[in-house]
Write a protein that binds this ligand. Structure first.
Ligand code: B12
Length: 438
């Protein structure tokens, strides 16, 4: 049996984001899982951000799509066509789990939650033509996970990935993770993570944990120590909370992180507006001294980028400029996204009465204003975020920020600083051009 796994394109109407440097982790992982449970099945991968996808040319018995919310309209369209052509389609991922009834209408089978315990049964059933409509995954223990398979790509990437944990103890209202992966954090055995990274073909990685150090500071220190000992000449970046940086063992945490190859961290600043932070239930994970945390991390030679939402119902017009001011003061960059209430989250329920009709899921991409705001029109908010992004990423500003990273991180943290800032600036500019704002 032949299996094709597809990662749908990001972008409003399914246009390709060719520049994405990250190999889709989930496809590499599902290939590893397939090889483990059904080694006889031939797997092919397709990243529709980089390669055109034509259902008529698919040479596989079964096609699996991984689906995030903004990808769902494209994935559904392609699934419908494939099914007309007699192919079997399986859908999985966060959006499918959040809205199973919607997804079910476009597939022979859907997989809810994590696939580890259920994938063999899906493949066996597909082969013997008795697929169920819905398969429910469980929260697996993260021991002995299959390794990602990185050698099937037809296109080029800069970063591979590794994952050390799933689940999150925080329950921020905007985030899908708590519900999907559960509030109990599961960690992989340290030796398995270290061996996987050490033997991977990749030199650069995205550590895709939701919080690279917030799960348990002592355990994370242990992980970083082992990485520093056993992984040579590999570097990575990831997302982290601010609170852990004020842990009594923060010196050990940060010095070992640097030695383990951490070059940059995307810090969950979440919002610059305190009422929004409350609405997002994200205040507790911030720590009290969030500005000091940034300086502290950089002093260890690790670059920082703030992950910030803006345009929420509690935000004000001046919050857009506030982000620019914050970044200019701290000489730090940010990745600002429009507040988006994803289905299945608490924020979705809070914002439901204000959602604007006529927006498809492809508009839930972090660029569009999909709900009514008490004082700003959707257009005002969309223009404000485009302006903010283009103000943030001029070349002199990028260089100024790079210079703020301590020389302890030279050269890889400085290179990473450029690599996470410059392409983003270019992509934001391109988007502004498409919207007729440049
Ligand atoms: C890596 C990542 C990305 C990468 C993707 C890289 C790539 N090329 O694919 C990038 C940076 C591109 C990205 C972008 C975005 N992301 Co993102 N991302 C993640 C992250 C950190 C990890 C996902 C991952 O790869 N996990 C590893 C794999 C192995 O696990 P998995 O995907 O969960 O898969 C398991 C199951 O879900 C299931 N499964 C999944 N797919 C399938 C398919 C089949 C057929 C089967 C059987 C099973 C199955 O099986 C797997 C094993 O159990 C998650 C956070 C998280 N914890 O999930 C957010 C996350 C998925 N992202 C999210 C969001 C919101 C976005 C953006 C929209 C952000 C934005 N701009 O606002 C953009 C989308 C871009 C756009 N313009 O549309 C949300 C999703 C919300 C939603 N409802 O869709 C998440 C959950 C973050 C969050 N905290 O809420 N992201």
């Amino acid at each position: 049996m032949k299996l094709l796994l597809v990662s749908p394109p990001f972008g409003e109407k399914g246009q390709m984001s060719k520049g994405l440097p990250i190999a889709p982790p989930v496809l590499e992982y599902l290939t590893g899982l397939t090889n483990k449970v059904r080694p006889d099945i031939r797997v092919e991968l397709l990243d529709a951000n980089k390669e055109p996808f034509n259902p008529e040319q698919v040479d596989a018995d079964i096609v699996g799509f991984t689906v995030l919310t903004p990808q769902s309209p494209w994935a559904y369209r392609m699934s419908d066509k494939l099914r007309e052509l007699g192919k079997k389609v399986v859908l999985g991922g966060i959006h499918v789990t959040a809205l199973p009834d919607e997804a079910k209408a476009h597939a022979d089978a859907i997989v809810l939650g994590e696939a580890e315990h259920i994938w063999k049964e899906v493949l066996d059933d597909a082969e013997s033509d008795r697929m169920k409509q819905v398969y429910k995954g469980e929260f697996p223990e993260l021991t002995d996970l299959p390794r990602p398979v990185s050698n099937l790509w037809k296109t080029k990437y800069v970063y591979g990935y590794f994952q050390t944990s799933r689940g999150c103890p925080f329950s921020c209202t905007f985030c899908s993770v708590h519900k999907f992966f559960g509030g109990k954090v599961r960690m992989r055995p340290i030796s398995e993570v270290v061996n996987e990274v050490a033997s991977s073909k990749w030199k650069l990685f995205w550590g895709i944990d939701d919080n690279i150090w917030g799960v348990s500071v002592p355990k994370t220190i242990e992980l970083y120590r082992e990485m520093a000992k056993n992984v040579r000449m590999k570097w990575w970046f990831g997302s982290g909370d601010l609170k852990s940086v004020s842990h009594p063992r923060s010196h050990e945490l940060l010095s070992n992180a640097r030695r383990a190859g951490l070059t940059a961290v995307l810090l969950g600043w979440e919002s610059n507006n305190l009422s929004s932070l409350e609405e997002y239930k994200a205040a507790t994970k911030q720590g009290r001294e969030r500005r000091d945390a940034i300086k502290k991390i950089r002093d260890y030679g690790i670059e920082v980028m703030l992950f910030i939402m803006v345009g929420g119902r509690q935000d004000k017009r001046e919050d857009f400029d506030g982000i620019l001011k914050l970044c200019n003061e701290l000489k730090v960059s940010a990745h600002p996204v429009m507040t988006t209430p994803f289905p299945g989250t608490e924020l979705y329920e809070i914002y439901k009465p204000y959602l604007i009709e006529g927006f498809g899921w492809d508009s839930y991409d972090g660029n569009r204003a999909v709900f009514e705001h008490p004082s700003m029109s959707p257009r005002e908010r969309e223009e404000a975020i485009i302006r903010l992004r283009s103000d943030l990423f001029s070349i002199p500003k990028i260089l100024q920020r790079m210079a703020r990273v301590s020389w302890r991180g030279f050269p890889m943290s400085h290179i990473t600083s450029w690599m996470v800032q410059y392409p983003q600036g270019r992509a934001f500019k391109q988007y502004a051009k498409e919207k007729g704002m440049l």
